[in-house]
Write a protein that binds this ligand. Structure first.
Ligand code: SF4
Length: 266
């Protein structure tokens, strides 16, 4: 119940991104007006060239934002709109965070809203991959702090002692035949992606890491599942396993079911 109440709606991110678009449009117009006299002195064509360039960029971003809104409303959008949508997000996200600050909206709240929007866009695409092309990536802080086993090298080193959820995740990944990696940061995450070459990623992390990770690996589709921090950030974190399983099922073809340890379907 608390989780539902704390979950920001997609409209927070959409509102901020729309305000950012308006600001970008006004700023571009301001830049054009201010630079016009100087440019005219050099060449009569320069103001027109700059105006066309700025108008094209703003139009492309606006198409991207419209693409996001249409997708959220349930309309199927063309591939070009999806590409523009992610470019618009990358460009306007820092502006949206700054605007949020002005209105006393916390960065984490905006990031949570962004992750909801991003998950929605990915789910709506209906991407299906084979199990060996799906990678679950989880942060090191999910491992029990005192655990001596080097699971970042190989998750099979986990002894399933039950003190943290890594053992459950290993079992879950094995039962669906998907990859699981525990990473200590962005560098290792990129290395794992390069080695496994997944077609889709299910990332478990905090708001900040999920937001930057989703944007970093684009166009690789990522479903983000937020971790829970009962002991504060980066220490013995947890995750809702039902959500992880739901996200796995979202990416896998419907005829692939979970297998128990003996290989039987459940
Ligand atoms: S479940 Fe695995 S990773 Fe977690 S504490 Fe036990 S052995 Fe270590």
């Amino acid at each position: 119940m608390i989780e539902i109440m704390n979950r920001p709606r997609k409209r927070l991110f959409l509102t901020l991104i729309l305000i950012s678009l308006v600001l970008a449009t006004v700023s571009s117009y301001g830049i054009w007006v201010v630079s016009m006299p100087g440019l005219s002195n050099i060449s009569t064509y320069l103001p027109m060239i700059l105006g066309t360039l700025l108008a094209t960029v703003i139009l492309a971003i606006a198409c991207g934002v419209i693409g996001i809104i249409l997708a959220i409303l349930g309309f199927r959008t063309l591939g070009i709109f999806q590409g523009l949508a992610w470019s618009a997000i990358n460009l306007l996200f820092p502006v949206a965070i700054s605007i949020g600050k002005l209105f006393d909206v916390g960065k984490e709240r905006i990031e949570r809203s962004f992750i909801e929007v991003s998950n929605h866009l990915i789910k709506q695409k209906g991407i299906m991959v084979q199990p060996d092309k799906l990678l679950i990536m989880t942060p090191h802080c999910l491992q029990q702090e005192s655990c001596p086993y080097k699971i970042t090298r190989d998750v099979a080193n986990c002894h399933h002692c039950g003190k943290c959820q890594i053992g459950d995740l290993v079992t879950l990944a094995e039962s669906y035949g998907v990859h699981l990696a525990v990473v200590t940061g962005g560098t290792l995450a990129r290395k794992v992606i390069k080695t496994i070459r997944p077609q889709a990623v299910l990332a478990i992390a905090c708001e900040r890491d999920l937001t930057s990770g989703i944007q970093d690996v684009f166009p690789l589709p990522v479903i983000g599942v937020l971790n829970q921090r009962p002991f504060g950030p980066c220490c013995n974190t947890r995750v809702n396993l039902a959500k992880v399983e739901e996200a796995i099922q979202n990416f896998l073809p419907k005829d692939i079911s979970r297998k128990n340890k003996d290989g039987a379907l459940t």
